[in-house]
Design a protein around this ligand. Structure first.
Ligand code: ZN
Length: 443
């Protein structure tokens, strides 16, 4: 239990019955108001007598109260306020200054002590302190006897009712995170995060849920009941499943892998080469680009081409939330699957930008593998990751741009000169290969 945020249960000494001076007293005429005393005597005299008697009683009470008050003002008798903190199960009693010229002096020489009714060992406020904090048991009603010693000694009984303690009944792991069940209705805090990333929600009055995020989370979930009681649940939330990104694939059979991105400008020449030589090519298509030339991409797939997921609209995926990134992968995959008859399993993040959230989003979007690259081909020039000749296992990145046909011819010459064999890219191409840890350069 923690002790921040004092809550419900603030109490004050009961005020005396009659209203304070200056307010109208029921039954008494206000100053300057006509009294109405000139009515002719009639049969209504009896009610008038009753009213007058009642008025006298009220005036008498008011005078008596004002007399008491005057005495209190003269004596400077201190007052008491108290507050219950359900969060820490303590009552704080505070001595306050009375009124009148001696009030400060009286307060300075007053000592405060509190004992549970029926016990002989009161808690004493330290000398000079006007405040004392005493523990009270949860789930019970407790009688406290407050004693004030000093020039104006007095004592007062307080009755404090403390809500039952908040208990954590169960912590269960589910497919989406962790569900915590508590003994009392909880106060939900919107937008709360555990471990900085895992969202906390309140699916039912006595339940709190922590959603999985890409990072594993081990933390203390602080819960506050609606009655102010607090409890802490220790939870371990496993990370969301992720799919890895690879910049290299299997070198078996001296394989290299040709990948072409985006899809705004289809190439008839590439299709011709594919048909003539059975060249395996993987196209990572932006769904919005693919939609413009569906017949071409159907012909591409029919010629043995593989279609991969390059998102719906080519955003920088590392700048998106998990949900947004999963939508980019998932919607593109679904569209490409519907158009070309096969759901893609490989995805390539635009600009090569990835992190655990993008990888978890890929899993959620239905992909099995993210694919990077180790070599690029731009303006008819091959650039490998280490500046050397193309080697087996490398993944080459090109784009669907005007001139792609010419680039493809140049690339194939280099591949054959290095005694490499273009191979189709599948999930199995990455068996035994180490995933890439950092984002890549390029797009
Ligand atoms: Zn791209």
């Amino acid at each position: 239990m923690t002790s921040t945020a004092e809550a419900a249960g603030t109490g004050q000494e009961p005020r005396p019955g009659p209203p304070p001076p200056g307010e109208p007293v029921p039954g008494q005429p206000l100053p300057g108001q006509p009294t109405g005393g000139r009515r002719p005597p009639s049969a209504r005299r009896r009610p008038l007598v009753v009213a007058a008697a009642a008025g006298l009683v009220v005036v008498g009470l008011a005078v008596a109260w004002m007399g008491q008050r005057a005495e209190a003002i003269a004596s400077g008798k201190p007052g008491l306020v108290w507050a219950l903190s359900p969060a820490s199960n303590t009552v704080t009693v505070r001595l306050t200054a009375g009124s009148g010229p001696q009030a400060r002096q009286v307060l300075a020489h007053s000592r405060l002590s509190v004992a549970e009714a029926g016990t002989r060992h009161p808690e004493k406020a330290p000398a000079g302190s006007r405040k004392i904090r005493v523990p009270v048991p949860p789930g019970k009603r407790t009688q406290l006897m407050v004693r004030v010693s000093g020039p104006q000694p007095f004592q007062r009984a307080l009755t404090v009712t403390v809500p039952p303690p908040l208990r954590i009944l169960a912590v269960r792991r589910g497919p989406h995170g962790v569900l915590v069940s508590a003994s009392s209705p909880l106060r939900g805090q919107a937008g709360e995060l555990l471990c900085g990333t895992d969202k906390v929600s309140f699916p039912a009055a006595t339940q709190a849920a922590v959603a999985k995020s890409p990072e594993r989370c081990r933390g203390r979930l602080r819960l506050t009941a609606r009655d102010g009681e607090r409890a802490v649940a220790r939870v371990t939330v496993p990370s969301l499943p992720e799919i890895p990104l690879y910049a290299f694939a299997s070198p078996a059979g001296r394989a290299v892998y040709i990948t072409v991105d985006d899809g705004w400008t289809p190439s008839a020449q590439v299709l011709t080469i594919m048909r003539r030589t059975h060249l395996p090519v993987t196209a990572f298509l932006i769904a919005q680009a693919a939609e413009r030339n569906l017949p071409y991409w159907r012909a591409f797939a029919a010629a043995g081409g593989t279609i991969g997921d390059h998102t719906v609209s080519h955003p920088v995926m590392t700048k998106l939330t998990l949900t947004q990134a999963a939508t980019q992968w998932g919607q593109a995959r679904e569209s490409l699957g519907r158009w070309f008859g096969r759901l893609p399993v490989l995805g390539r993040p635009p600009y090569g930008a990835f992190n655990p959230t993008v990888e978890a989003a890929g899993y959620r979007g239905g992909l099995t593998t993210l694919v990077g690259w180790s070599a690029t081909m731009t303006a008819n020039h091959i650039q490998t990751w280490n500046g050397k000749r193309l080697e087996a296992g490398e993944i080459v990145l090109l784009h669907w741009v005007p001139g792609l046909g010419h680039e493809m011819v140049t690339l194939l010459k280099a591949i054959h000169a290095a005694h490499l064999t273009p191979a189709a890219l599948t999930s199995a191409s990455f068996t035994g290969i180490a995933p890439q840890q950092r984002s890549l350069d390029g797009d």
